[in-house]
Design a protein around this ligand. Structure first.
Ligand code: AHR
Length: 513
């Protein structure tokens, strides 16, 4: 199994936007409560924010964090989550059948973002919410003073406006599982009016319109074109989501091929945007906000029904259903295989950074997440944390286009390179970072990246980090947190640095490098 990739300094995909490495946290299960906010505990600060979580999130150096949903937002009244905590009412939360205590709200989130050094990206409720309430939320967050909502923010202890720049016009509004779900035409009208009003409050905000996410829905992409017809001039991004799941008839190799499915999905959305732009004779570019992406194996969700209602495919998700406060739901436990798959998805994002400007790993803490916490103040980095941390750390700079030749594999997504790669040139650091996934599960691969057009001596290989292991099902647990962790491999050459051009690098079987 050999793989050769040629990269040329002048042939680039594009610069990586800082927001390409972002995340998402929703009022869902133990994501906010117990994950971010756990007041009165020795491991939390005086505001109730968990210190250990703050530190890990800070270290990830993320661009934005999307909040408060997700499906949650389509039932959410942000006004329930502001003001004195003792006066906040408990509400029925319909997306995940839980009780929402409203002890954490928009002010808490914006403050937490400041502490962890990220920008908030806030979704407004365009399901059960009104366009007026959406505009009022912008006023509450961004207007200086002298109006009812801005003065209320000040009264609530926050003199300075938050200047929230990124706003999502609802969440997955194409789905029948969404409270207040709308047809494309109805959503387009409502979102356009919300966009108008939100921009009247603050003309500097950037807007993300809901595109479609799931190929099995009949609306897939037709929706995007209808919606963009109304909203192209108002928005900067189209939102789309991608989750991959290993069902029982998907082999490990097929699951690893998910990167290709995401690649196709991004390109489908790209084409819908391009078509809309051309038809409308627009000149500005609208980018993709992949504001949810991850492996999600639906470990504790029951798919209740997959039925055909009035010619529309619909399904319901049920979770706890017990009306509990922050129940421990959707707490995925990730394996080495999941981590390799997440790495592969990261490669697709990198190789499409010309159109993907925001991408949020969904989610951040405890719910389908790289980080989990327990009540004793322990924090666990799951397997998927590691490829994501590699991407956030090393995936900075300009992505180079790669030309591949070498071994291929037959997968559910067709014949694909067994080694898939992306290269990032960081001119400031004088480094090229190569990310590579070897999906050959039984044999190492001989990987030969070649770099052209760079002045000076041939690049030296200075570091090779790898995530691999003998058991694809292995997981990290609170008892054994280091079962799946990255290791550094020795690099060839007398001085510990081998010339990349001089020979191939060996990538272990089933490995993220
Ligand atoms: O991230 C979990 C859920 O997945 C989100 O609430 C929703 O937007 C998506 O379907």
């Amino acid at each position: 199994n050999t793989a050769k990739y040629i990269f040329d300094k002048d042939f680039t995909v594009g610069a990586i936007d800082d927001k390409v490495w972002s995340s998402f946290t929703e009022h869902l299960g133990r994501s906010i409560y117990e994950g971010i906010y756990d007041p009165g505990k020795p491991y939390s600060d005086e505001k109730g924010f968990r210190n250990d979580v703050k530190q890990v999130v800070k270290d990830l150096n993320l661009g934005v964090i999307r909040y408060p949903g997700g499906n949650f937002v389509s039932n959410y009244d942000w006004k329930d989550g502001i003001g004195p905590k003792s006066e906040r009412r408990k509400t029925m939360e319909f997306a995940w059948s839980s009780i929402e205590t409203n002890q954490f709200g928009i002010d808490d989130f914006c403050q937490w973002c400041e502490e962890v050094g990220v920008e908030p990206m806030i979704a407004v409720n365009l399901g059960t919410g009104t366009i007026r309430s959406a505009a009022e939320l912008v006023e509450y967050c961004n207007h200086d003073s002298g109006t009812y909502w801005s003065d209320l923010r000040i009264k609530n202890g926050h003199r300075e406006p938050y200047h929230v720049k990124y706003w999502c016009l609802g969440n997955e509004m194409e789905g029948s599982w969404q409270a207040g779900h709308l047809s494309a035409e109805d959503y387009a009208k409502k979102a356009r009016e919300a966009a108008k009003m939100m921009k009247w409050v603050d003309q500097d905000i950037k807007l993300v319109v809901c595109g479609t996410s799931y190929e099995m829905l009949p609306e897939y992409l037709d929706w995007d074109i209808s919606v963009l017809r109304e909203l192209y001039r108002y928005v900067d991004y189209v939102s789309t989501h991608y989750y991959t799941m290993q069902s029982k008839d998907i082999s490990d190799v097929d699951f690893l091929a998910s990167w290709k499915e995401l690649d196709n999905h991004i390109n489908n959305t790209r084409h819908a945007i391009q078509l809309s732009k051309d038809k409308l004779h627009e000149t500005k570019d609208v980018k993709i906000c992949l504001d949810e992406w991850n492996v999600w194996n639906f470990q504790d969700i029951k798919m209740d029904s997959m039925e055909d209602l009035n010619g529309k495919t619909t399904f319901e998700l049920t979770s706890a259903g017990k009306w509990e406060e922050h129940p421990p739901i959707l707490q995925e436990k990730y394996s080495l295989l999941d981590a390799l798959t997440v790495g592969g998805l990261g490669l697709s994002i990198l190789n499409n950074v010309d159109i993907v400007s925001i991408a949020c790993l969904a989610q951040l803490i405890n719910v389908i997440a790289p980080i989990t916490t327990d009540e004793d103040g322990n924090l666990l980095k799951q397997t998927i944390f590691y490829p994501f941390a590699d991407l956030t750390r090393y995936g900075r700079g300009t992505v180079l286009k790669g030309v591949f030749s070498g071994g291929t594999q037959n997968t559910r997504m067709g014949e694909l390179p067994t080694v898939v790669a992306a290269a990032v040139s960081d001119e400031q650091a004088g480094q090229i970072r190569v990310f590579a996934l070897n999906s050959d599960l039984s044999a190492p691969a001989s990987f030969a990246p070649e770099f052209r057009g760079f002045d000076g001596a041939a690049p030296k290989l200075v570091k090779h980090e790898v995530l691999t292991g003998p058991d694809l099902k292995a997981r990290n647990t609170f008892e054994h947190p280091d079962t799946v962790v990255p290791a550094e491999l020795p690099v060839a050459g007398a001085d510990g640095a081998g010339s990349v051009g001089a020979g191939a690098v060996e990538l272990p079987a089933a490995s993220w490098n």
